[in-house]
Design a protein around this ligand. Structure first.
Ligand SMILES: NC(=O)c1ccc[n+]([C@@H]2O[C@H](COP(=O)([O-])OP(=O)(O)OC[C@H]3O[C@@H](n4cnc5c(N)ncnc54)[C@H](OP(=O)(O)O)[C@@H]3O)[C@@H](O)[C@H]2O)c1
Length: 295
């Protein structure tokens, strides 16, 4: 098991912490002494998760926030809520994510996989960036996936109006994660904020419950060979809190080792194009660091 250095005094925000990898990461970070805030979309599940994390972390105080990353207004409300309560954020773990069996469009008119898994990370991070920078040394962890190796980016049809597939949409969103992590790391280089992305492993969680019914037997068998959520969480907590990753930035990691991401993920021009398009889609200005506008 990974032993983390004492995190007392560090404020850490973990999204998607009501379940799976995010919940386990929150437990480990709280056990290490961090002041952990979690984000969930459902009030009851979020309250239950906060209580479970607190109990497993020896009675730590766990703060919770609500946000549905499928709604930009909700992400803006989360950022505003966080800023109203805190002026420091030492670690942001962007972890909330999902898949959609059939093509789904959010209230903002954006394909839901891309909206939740990529734009959700982008908007929240950009809206909290000045708070994170003021907290340096600080870290941003972006939970991507090895699925990004198969991801493509088509700016003429980002939302798969033609040829939607659950996997291709997921892979695109995860390519977006790695591109964004690298683009943000380039911008923040030398400023005391490190940004890294990772593949947490094939982890037995609920993420594929919305996969098509025919995939259920395959997934049941596959789960026998997968990592536990606790093991997956160690890939996150290592980047969030381990001493050896304190100054590492712009990396992509698998099994807590650096790994070369896909050729597309390494394409800085593509990364900048995605940044511009993401900023446009969430209504932020495109700037070197993109200051918060109207949270
Ligand atoms: N499991 C794997 O093998 C694997 C592999 C590679 C990458 N990952 C990545 O790991 C991350 C965590 O996934 P997981 O496997 O732990 O899945 P999970 O058990 O399904 O957990 C996903 C978390 O994200 C939350 N979430 C989903 N959609 C949301 C939305 N619209 N707004 C707010 N919260 C939302 C879920 O909330 P609810 O509890 O409300 O559903 C849950 O807390 C994801 O980014 C995923 O892409 C997982």
């Amino acid at each position: 098991m990974l032993t983390l250095p004492d995190q007392t005094g560090r404020r850490i925000l973990v999204t998607g912490a009501t379940n799976g990898i995010g919940l386990e990461a929150a437990v480990e970070l709280a056990r290490a002494g961090a002041s952990v805030s979690i984000v969930g979309r459902d009030p009851k599940r979020t309250e239950a998760a906060a209580a479970a994390i607190a109990e497993r972390a020896g009675g730590a105080a766990i703060e919770s926030f609500l946000c549905d990353f499928a709604s930009q207004a909700s992400v803006r409300a989360l950022a505003a809520d966080y800023r109203a309560r805190h002026d420091r954020l030492h670690v942001l773990v962007n972890n909330a994510g999902g898949v959609f069996d059939t093509r789904t469009v959010t209230v903002d008119g954006i394909e839901a996989t891309f909206a939740v898994n990529h734009l959700g990370y982008f908007l929240l991070t950009q809206l909290l960036l000045d708070v994170i920078q003021a907290s340096a040394p600080a870290r941003i962890v972006i939970v991507a996936s090895r699925g990004h190796y198969r991801g493509t980016m088509d700016f003429h049809d980002l939302g798969y109006e033609r040829g939607y597939g659950i996997m291709s949409a997921y892979q695109r969103s995860k390519l977006g994660n790695v591109l964004y992590a690298r683009a943000l790391a380039r911008r923040l280089e030398g400023g005391g904020v490190v940004v890294n992305s990772c593949h947490p492993g094939g982890v037995a969680t609920n993420i594929w419950t919305s996969a098509p019914g025919w995939a259920a037997p395959i997934l049941t068998v596959a789960k026998w060979f997968m990592l536990t959520p606790g093991q997956g969480a160690e890939r996150i907590t290592w980047l969030a809190a381990a001493a050896e990753t304190a100054t590492t930035t712009g990396g992509y990691f698998h099994d807590n080792r650096p790994k070369e991401p896909s050729a597309l993920a390494q394409d800085a021009v593509l990364g900048e194009r995605l940044w511009e398009e993401s900023a446009r889609l969430v209504g932020l200005q495109v700037g070197p660091e993109v200051a918060p506008t109207t949270p």
